[in-house]
Design a protein around this ligand. Structure first.
Ligand code: AMP
Length: 273
């Protein structure tokens, strides 16, 4: 299972990713977490990303693409992964598509959690309070100014991914405003249906081959008596072209009538002359 969770900051991507990680036993690949770890470890990437992240802006595409490319090579990601916070731009999505295609892999779905922007501030404030209560360090970008920028960046750079994945027939949207349990159930339904859809597709495939369809039709025709087939054909013809036929008959009758009138006139003229 290879999934993308899509949605603005505070929409619940992290919560749902964690749950799906347990359910499908595949890792959650959060570029935000990876970048925060790099910042903490003061790696060259971390030093480059620190201030950008604190401002609530996006780290350059090449940096995150390189991180993800490395991460999906790890053995624990072999059976799948949940991408949380990546891709965030169309070029990132294109880079991901290339990465997967090179490995002969494909995405199962991009799940969009739809939320009203008004609720994001409330949710982030709740997250900050919970982190404080647990004695955890508060994220440098979990403040009103940075959040405003993160939402703006989402609107401008990430929201276009909704139509990108829709075009690629991978987008599945659900209401992220519902309770955690309801969102979880909706995602499970989406993933269950995605799986069933793929199975149905695979089951239908042989029947769709032209050769198979021809022979099935031939078998049906052979099984039916000829007499039964004739009225059906005649019925279809009448139903499809009633007007031209009737018009044709009328025209022929008129032509015959006109011929008779002409003949009468010629006869009369002959008699007069
Ligand atoms: P997140 O934890 O997903 O909210 O990400 C926190 C911050 O990390 C973002 O505001 C960005 O500065 C940076 N970041 C995370 N993922 C990406 C990404 N895919 N592209 C660019 N920047 C990212």
């Amino acid at each position: 299972m290879r999934l993308i969770l899509l949605g603005p900051p505070g929409c619940g991507k992290g919560t749902q990713s964690q749950r799906l990680t347990e359910k499908y036993e595949i890792p959650q690949l959060s570029t935000g977490d990876m970048l925060r770890a790099a910042v903490k470890a003061e790696t060259p990437i971390g030093l480059k990303a620190r201030d950008i992240m604190a401002r609530g802006e996006l780290v350059p595409d090449d940096v995150v693409v390189a991180i993800v490319a490395d991460r999906i090579e790890q053995p624990d990601a072999r059976n799948g992964f949940i991408l949380d916070g990546f891709p965030r731009t169309v070029p990132q999505a294109e880079a991901l598509a290339r990465m997967l295609a090179d490995k002969g892999l494909r995405l199962d779905a991009a799940i969009e959690l739809k939320v009203d922007e008004g609720i994001l501030h409330e949710r982030i404030a709740k997250r900050v309070a919970e982190m404080k209560a647990r004695g955890e360090t508060i994220r440098a970008d979990d403040n009103p100014e940075a959040l405003e920028k993160r939402v703006h960046a989402y609107r401008l750079q990430t929201a276009p991914l909704v139509s990108y994945y829709s075009k690629h027939k991978l987008l599945r949207s659900t209401d992220g405003m519902a309770s955690i349990e309801e969102v979880s159930a909706a995602i499970d339904r989406i993933l269950g249906n995605a799986g069933k859809g793929a199975q149905r597709k695979a089951a239908r495939k042989p029947a769709r081959r032209p050769k198979a369809r021809k022979s099935a039709m031939a078998a049906r025709t052979a099984a039916k008596p000829r007499k039964a087939a004739k009225p059906r054909k005649a019925g279809r013809k009448r139903a499809s072209k009633p007007v031209p036929k009737a018009a044709g008959r009328r025209t022929a009758a008129r032509r015959r009538g006109a011929r008779k009138i002409r003949a009468k006139r010629v006869n009369k003229a002959g008699r007069r002359g």
